[in-house]
Write a protein that binds this ligand. Structure first.
Ligand code: PEP
Ligand code: MG
Length: 575
C-alpha cells in the first residue's frame, strides 16, 4: 500500500531507492569470524568494555548526587547498571562469542536483538518501552569496543540505491556516513538546523528529518521516493508516481548541470557590487566540493569533527596535517578554522559530563578555556599550518569580552612557544569571533575592538534568542528565522560591523537559503558562508539582484509589525 510521510526537508533533490533501516549507527556493526585461538581474547575484550561502562555509570552516578533531577537520574543510572549486569546480556554475549567465533560487537548486538524480542512480548507499555534503555546500554558498550582499532562500520547493501532510515543519529554518527553510498537520508528526530541535519546536508544527498514515524512505518527494502525539497517520503509508490518523480529527478539534474556553468563567474550584483561566497566544511576532504562549486574561501571549518568518532584526541601533528592540507588545497584563499565547538550535541567519545542543558553548558569556547592544554594543542597546530595559506582563527559562542581576552592570551602563549621552538607561523594571523549569542550582538562595539572579523552563526543566534533548542524537534515549529528579534539582531550586527569596517559574514544555514539572500544583501551583508552544494544557487540569486531595489524593501521587512506582512514583503523582495 502506498502512503506518504511528511517531515522537514534539510537537503533538496529527489532520490528513488530501497529502505535500509538503522536502529542506530553505532549499532550497525560488522560481523567478523575469528580464528579459534582469538576467542578468549575477544571474550576478555568484551569483559573489559563492560568494566569500563560500569565505571562510567558509577562516575555519572557520583556526579549527580545533588540537584532536583538527582533522584530520577540516579534511578535511571541504576536501571542501566542492572541491565549491564544482567547475565542475559553479558554472559549470553560471551557464550555467543565462544559458540560462533565472532567479534564482540556482533555478539552483543545479537544478544540485544534477543532481548528486544522479549521486550516486544511484554503487555505493559511502560516496561515494553524499557527496551530503549537496553539499546542505550548496548550503545555504551559498543562505544568502548569501537574505540578499538579494526572496527569497520557497516556498509549499506549495494543492491540498488539504499536510503538510510533511522530514528535518531548524532552528528558523530552521520559524519561516518560520508564514506558510504546512501542516496538519501531520513530520520524521525532532528530540527532544520540541528547539527545532525547540517552534516546530513553536507552529504549532499536528499535528506529529511523530523519524520516522527518513518522508522516505525517503513520496512527494510521498501521502495521509497524521497523529495528532500518538499520534505516528503512516498512509501511503496505506484508506477505512475514513480515515472513522474523520475522525470522530476532528471529535470533537477539538468538544472544542476546548468548551474555548474556559474562556477567561475564572479558573484556580482546587477549594480556591480562583488559578493564573497565562502564555503562551510566539516572535514578536510570536503575541500573537493568547495573547489567544484567555485567558493572564494572557507568561511567556517567546523574543526570539532576531527575530534569525533575516536577513542583518543587528535594530537598536534595530526591536526596540523589536516589544517595544512586544507590551506594548501585552497591555494592562498582564506581558510577560517573555527576552534573546536565541542559540547552540546557534539561530544567526545569518552565524555563523562552530563549537563541538564548542554546547549547552555560547557560548550565551544567555554570548553576550550576549561581545557587549556587541549586548546593549546589546537592553537599550535593551526599556527603551524598558517604559513601554508591564508588561515584565520574563528572563536565560537562568545558571550563575554573576558573570553576574548583569555583566548588572545592563550594564543599569544602558543605563539611564544612556537617562537621558542623556532617554528615559523603567520605572526599576523587574524582572529574573529562568532556572534551566536544575543549578549555578543548587544555588546558588539566592545567585541569588535578586540577582533579582526565577525561571523554571524544564525543557527545558534536563533536558538539562544528565541530559547528554542535547535536539536529538539518538539519545538522545531517555533524556530523562526524570520522572527523580528532575529532579523533586528542580524541587521544590527551587519550595520555595526560595516560602520566600523569590520568584515562580517553570515555562516549559519540562512546564508545558503535563497529565501534570505536578498534580505541579507539588503541589510548590507557582502560575505556569505554556506555548504558548498548551496553556493551556485545563491550565486545565481546574487547575479539577479539589484542592491538599490532590495535595500528599501529589506528596511521595510525590518519594520514589519506582523508575521503575515513580513512574508508578503519577503515574497515581493524575492519576486
Ligand atoms: C551557527 O551556529 O550558525 C553556526 C554556523 O555554527 P554551528 O551550526 O556549527 O553551531
Ligand atoms: Mg554555532
Amino acid at each position: 500500500m502506498s502512503f506518504a510521510i511528511y517531515g522537514v526537508g534539510v537537503s533538496g533533490g529527489i532520490a528513488i531507492g530501497r529502505a535500509h533501516l538503522a536502529s542506530h549507527a553505532a549499532l550497525e556493526v560488522a560481523h567478523h569470524t575469528l580464528p579459534r585461538d582469538q576467542v578468549s581474547n575477544e571474550i576478555a575484550r568484551l569483559d573489559t568494555a563492560f568494566t569500563a561502562v560500569r565505571e562510567e555509570l558509577e562516575a555519572l552516578h557520583r556526579s549527580v548526587v545533588s540537584g532536583p533531577a538527582a533522584a530520577e537520574y540516579g534511578a535511571f543510572l541504576d536501571l542501566h547498571r542492572m541491565i549491564l549486569d544482567d547475565p542475559t546480556l553479558s554472559t549470553a554475549a560471551k557464550t555467543y562469542i565462544a559458540q560462533n567465533q565472532c567479534n564482540a560487537e556482533w555478539a552483543i548486538t545479537q544478544q540485544m536483538e534477543v532481548l528486544m524480542a522479549q521486550f516486544e512480548e511484554i503487555e505493559d507499555p511502560y516496561l515494553r518501552e524499557r527496551k530503549t534503555d537496553v539499546i542505550q546500554v548496548v550503545e555504551r558498550v559498543l562505544k568502548v569496543l569501537l574505540g578499538h582499532p579494526g572496527y569497520v562500520p557497516a556498509q549499506p547493501k549495494r543492491d540498488g540505491d539504499s536510503i538510510l532510515v533511522a530514528h535518531d543519529l548524532s552528528p558523530a554518527d552521520v559524519i561516518q556516513y560520508k564514506q558510504h553510498a546512501f542516496t538519501a537520508f531520513l530520520t524521525d528526530l532532528g530540527g532544520l538546523t540541528s547539527h545532525t541535519a547540517i552534516v546530513a546536508r553536507s552529504l549532499n544527498i536528499p535528506s529529511i528529518v523530523a519524520l516522527h514515524v518513518a522508522r516505525r512505518l517503513i520496512r527494510d527494502n521498501d521502495v521509497l521516493i524521497v523529495d528532500g525539497g518538499q520534505g516528503v517520503v512516498i512509501v511503496d509508490p505506484d508506477e505512475h508516481v514513480l515515472s513522474e518523480y523520475r522525470l522530476r529527478q532528471s529535470q533537477l539534474e539538468l538544472e544542476k548541470q546548468k548551474l555548474k556553468r556559474l562556477k567561475t563567474t564572479v558573484a556580482t550584483t546587477l549594480d556591480g557590487t562583488v559578493i564573497e561566497l565562502f564555503a562551510n566544511i566539516e572535514l578536510p576532504q570536503d575541500v573537493e566540493q568547495v573547489k567544484e562549486n567555485g567558493a572564494t574561501g572557507i568561511g567556517l571549518f567546523r574543526s570539532e569533527f576531527l575530534f569525533l568518532n575516536r577513542a583518543s584526541l587528535p594530537d598536534e601533528d595530526e591536526q596540523f596535517e589536516a589544517y595544512r592540507a586544507v590551506a594548501r588545497k585552497m591555494r592562498g584563499l582564506p581558510v577560517t578554522i573555527r576552534t573546536f565547538d565541542l559540547g552540546a550535541d557534539k561530544n567526545l567519545d569518552n565524555a563523562k559530563r552530563v549537563a541538564a542543558n548542554p546547549a547552555l553548558g560547557l560548550r565551544a569556547i567555554r570548553l576550550c578555556l576549561a581545557e587549556p592544554q587541549m586548546f593549546n594543542t589546537q592553537l599550535r597546530a593551526i599556527l603551524r599550518a598558517s604559513r601554508y595559506g591564508q588561515i584565520r582563527i574563528l572563536v565560537p559562542m562568545l558571550s563575554s569580552v573576558a573570553e576574548i581576552t583569555q583566548t588572545l592570551h592563550l594564543l599569544e602563549n602558543a605563539k611564544q612557544s612556537l617562537r621558542n621552538d623556532k617554528i615559523p607561523f603567520d605572526e599576523k594571523i587574524q582572529v574573529g569571533g562568532m556572534v551566536e549569542i544575543p549578549a555578543a550582538a548587544l555588546c558588539l562595539d566592545i567585541f569588535m575592538r578586540k577582533l579582526d572579523f565577525l561571523s554571524i552563526g544564525t543557527n545558534d543566534l536563533i536558538q539562544y534568542t528565541l530559547a528554542i533548542d535547535r536539536a529538539d524537534d518538539t519545538v522545531a515549529h517555533l524556530y523562526d528565522s524570520l522572527h523580528p528579534a532575529v532579523l533586528r539582531l542580524v541587521a544590527h550586527i551587519i550595520r555595526s560591523a560595516n560602520r566600523t569596517g569590520t568584515p562580517v559574514a553570515v555562516c549559519g544555514e540562512i546564508a545558503g537559503d535563497i529565501v534570505f539572500t536578498r534580505l541579507l544583501l539588503g541589510f548590507g551583508l557582502r560575505m556569505f558562508s554556506m555548504h558548498p552544494a548551496q553556493l551556485l544557487t545563491v550565486k545565481r540569486e546574487v547575479l539577479r539582484t539589484n542592491l538599490p531595489d532590495v535595500i528599501p524593501l529589506a528596511q521595510k521587512i525590518l519594520k514589519a509589525d506582523d508575521p503575515e506582512r513580513t512574508h508578503v514583503l519577503l515574497a515581493k523582495l524575492n519576486s
